[in-house]
Structure formats: C-alpha cells, structure tokens
Write a protein that binds this ligand. Structure first.
Ligand SMILES: [Zn+2]
Length: 305
C-alpha cells in the first residue's frame, strides 16, 4: 500500500515538468531567417510565440548552407519571417525541402519584412548576379538600423495577426512597449553620435549604410571590390591611399569577415579596425536587438574618438 502511494506520488511529480511543454505546444511556431528578425518577432509576439532563427549572429547571412536540420525547423513552422531583398534567398531552398504549405511563398504564414522599407544603394543598372554581386536589389542590411524597427515590427505584427486574429491587440501592445524602449535608446544613441556627424568611415562588406546614414556618418569606401566580391590588391592600395588623403580613422569589420586583412589595411592607413555586430548575437553581449545596437554605437564612438 505504502509502496503504491509512493509510486503515485512519484507519478504526480513527473507530470509537473511536462506541463510547460504542453503549453509551449500552443505557441505560434515562428522561424526567422536571421537573428535580428527572431529578436524583433519575440518583442512583438511575447509569450504567444516560440521563435527560432536559421542563421546565427556570427554568420554571413548571404551564404547559409542548407542542412537537413534547417528544413526540420521549417517543417513544423506556422510562420516564416524573412528579410527579403535576396539576403536570405537560400531560405527558399530550405522551404522547398520542408514541404510545409504554411510557409510557401504567397501563403499567409510567409512574412517578408522588407515591405515598406526605403531601400538604399539600389543599382542604377541591372546587376548580373553571375558576376557575384550579392546586392542586386539594393542593400538588404536594414535590420540593425533602429529607425527601421517600426516598419519591420509592423510587418511582423501584421503576419502574427493574420495567424492569430484574436491576439492582434496584444501584439500591438507588445510592439508599442518595445518601440517606446527603443525610442529611449534612440535618444541616447543620437546624443552619443552627435559629435561625429559627417565623419567618414570605411567598411569591409557594405552592411552598414542604413545605420551610418541614420546617425549622419558616411561610407567612404568598402574593402570588398563590390558587394560579396573579395578585396583585390589594387583596390586595397587605392583604399589605403584614400584613407590617408581623407584622414579616415575607422574600418568597420563584420564578425564573419577577415579581421586580419582589415587590421593590416588599417595599420597601413593609420586607422583602427573595429568589429561590430552585423546581426544580433554577432559579438559577445549583443544578444538582444537593443543590446546589439548599443554595442555598435559604443564601439564606433570609442573608435572615432
Ligand atoms: Zn550584404
């Protein structure tokens, strides 16, 4: 008898840990292509969503290897949030492998957050992708510009609202609370960047034009010959000369790019190479949307001083 009671008590305790898992199953399952969009979807969706990202913050989002594990993540998704502008066109391959009608192009669960974004650096002539340029539709790296977050989160809220109309008000409440926090941070960032208006910087990959423009900095050159095309020695010589002539002191480097090369160029030009988080999670401590921009603004200010 006593033994029987013990066993049923043990059974009771075993049910405990299972309960949260059961409620997790009720959440809206979202897959985001990049961590910035995961972070923003979590801000809007709050407790109602369970979000995974296909890319990691330290990766080059242009080139993701489609492994079966990515397709597995997509197979059970209610929604796929993508960056668009061909940054994450690899997601299409994974979607086709996932065989999930919720997220095929044109389905209500497919959310392209570039809708409504004013795209910069749109090529004036047709870009031939066979030449390797990875920005054929213009610069796709708008997500870590805090000024773009209202549009991105609007697209996410619309997508979540289509899936769960009964929670629309909650998504909008979450979104407004996040945007209020972002506004406060924006005032702090604008103050920190104010003294550096008009300063020219060099970037490795052209990933920074949106945030540089936001704070009045300008991009003088890229180490890559063209977007996605490796630096050639003649091009680098030209950049070094330009940096000396124009007194450019900073080269921005992405976590996935060649820091050694950037440092060598910086040394020759009398400048500094500084690694910024090109996506949420790209560097240590940049593990939320606001934390990533905090890191980038602080690192830039320190380098420009
Ligand atoms: Zn790019």
């Amino acid at each position: 008898m006593r033994r029987a009671i013990l066993i049923s008590l043990a059974a009771l305790f075993m049910i405990g840990p299972l309960l949260p898992a059961a409620s997790a199953a009720d959440k809206i399952r979202v897959v985001a292509t990049i961590p910035d969009l995961k972070a923003l979807t979590e801000e809007v969706g709050g407790k109602l969503v369970d979000v995974e990202s296909l890319a990691r913050g330290t990766q080059n989002a242009h080139e993701l290897e489609i492994r079966p594990s990515l397709m597995l993540k997509l197979r059970r998704a209610d929604m796929l949030v993508e960056n668009g502008l061909e940054l994450d066109s690899w997601a299409e391959v994974a979607v086709q492998g996932a065989n999930n009608p919720n997220i095929v192009r044109g389905a209500p669960g497919r959310v392209d957050v570039s809708r409504g974004i004013q795209v910069l650096e749109v090529p004036s002539t047709r870009v031939d992708r066979s030449m390797g340029d990875v920005h054929p539709l213009g610069n796709p790296h708008y997500s870590l510009d805090p000024g773009m977050a209202p549009i991105i989160t609007q697209n996410i809220a619309d997508g979540l609202g289509r899936f769960a109309p009964e929670h629309r008000a909650e998504f909008e409440k979450n979104r407004q609370a996040f945007l209020a926090r972002l506004d406060e941070a924006m005032a702090r960032w604008a103050r920190a960047m104010e003294p550096f208006k008009g300063v020219k910087v060099v970037v490795y990959h052209p990933q920074w034009i949106y945030i540089l423009s936001r704070f009045g900095l300008s991009q003088a050159a890229t180490l890559e010959d063209r977007p996605g095309i490796p630096a050639s020695p003649t091009h680098l010589t030209r950049v070094i000369r330009q940096m000396k002539d124009e007194g450019i002191k900073v080269i921005i480097v992405e976590p996935w790019n060649d820091l050694k090369l950037a440092t060598r160029v910086a040394d020759e030009a009398g400048a500094k190479a500084v690694v910024l988080a090109s996506m949420v999670g790209g560097v240590k401590g940049a593990d939320s949307y606001i934390a990533a921009i905090d890191h980038n603004v602080n690192a830039l200010v320190t380098a420009m001083k």
